[in-house]
Design a protein around this ligand. Structure first.
Ligand SMILES: *Cc1c(COP(=O)(O)O)cnc(C)c1O
Length: 235
């Protein structure tokens, strides 16, 4: 017997996958070029197991504590991503099971991650979070500070930058954020040309439930989807 919740999860996953595929084709790619990251903050472990069994193998959390608890109990061979603002005092809990940190957004955080990496003899793959909209309330490195930031990180042997991440401003009209995604893509191309040691621009983490189709059309390689898969969160 398939329960109603399982059915609706299956429907949501299928719909999101379909949208990803269509948007990827518009950008001259296929769905295999875009990673669907299920954002599971506040989502229970049972639902996550179901999602895994339905093919969502990458999970994103924004609290380190929640990540630790879930990764100890989920019992699936999944991949873990840290996506939200990471407090420096939580870095000591990061471990080798983390596939990618999406929110490297300040030098103190980089220094803490570097120290942690040295301690556990691990290189943490990370994306630099960029703030192109210039909104002061948003985390992220401003565009004109990005190259200097990257030059500093490139000397940290226990961090490997593999791309950029951004959170577009919320808007009712998704098309309004297209120019932000375009800008990030262009930044990644420009930085890629600089050939900074220890830095590559393979990944672009951009797009959430409201705007992932547009993000993919503009070159996203990872989309971070919460509510479109799991329903509205109640905090
Ligand atoms: C919560 C969150 C998401 C997912 O948001 P939805 O709109 O539910 O898809 C993506 N990225 C980050 C950084 C988040 O905190």
């Amino acid at each position: 017997m398939i329960s109603d919740t399982e059915n609706s999860l299956l429907n949501s996953i299928n719909k999101v996958r379909q949208n990803i595929s269509e948007a990827a084709i518009k950008s001259g790619r296929t769905s295999e070029d875009v990673l669907l990251l299920g954002v599971t903050k506040t989502i229970d472990i049972e639902t996550m197991r179901k999602a895994y069994d339905l093919g969502v193998k990458h999970f994103g959390e924004n609290r380190v504590q929640e990540y630790l608890k879930k990764s100890d109990n989920l019992n699936r061979d999944c991949h873990w991503h840290i996506i939200g603002r990471l407090q420096t005092n939580k870095v000591k809990y990061l471990d080798q099971r983390i596939d990618l940190i999406h929110s490297l957004d300040r030098i103190e955080l980089a220094e803490a991650i570097q120290q942690r990496g040295q301690k556990i003899n691990h290189v943490f793959p990370a994306l630099v979070q960029v703030n192109v909209s210039g909104e002061r309330t948003k985390a992220g490195i401003y565009q004109d500070e990005l190259i200097n930031f990257l030059l500093k990180i490139s000397k940290m042997g226990n961090i490997k930058v593999v791309g950029l991440m951004t959170i577009a401003p919320y808007t009712e009209e998704p098309e309004e954020v297209r120019y932000i995604f375009k800008k990030i893509k262009q930044l990644a191309v420009d930085i890629g040309r600089e050939k900074v040691e220890n830095i590559n621009m393979k990944e672009l983490s951009m797009g959430m439930s409201g705007d992932y189709r547009i993000a993919i059309e503009e070159g996203a390689t990872i989309v971070r989807i919460g509510s479109a898969l799991f329903g509205e969160r109640d905090y």
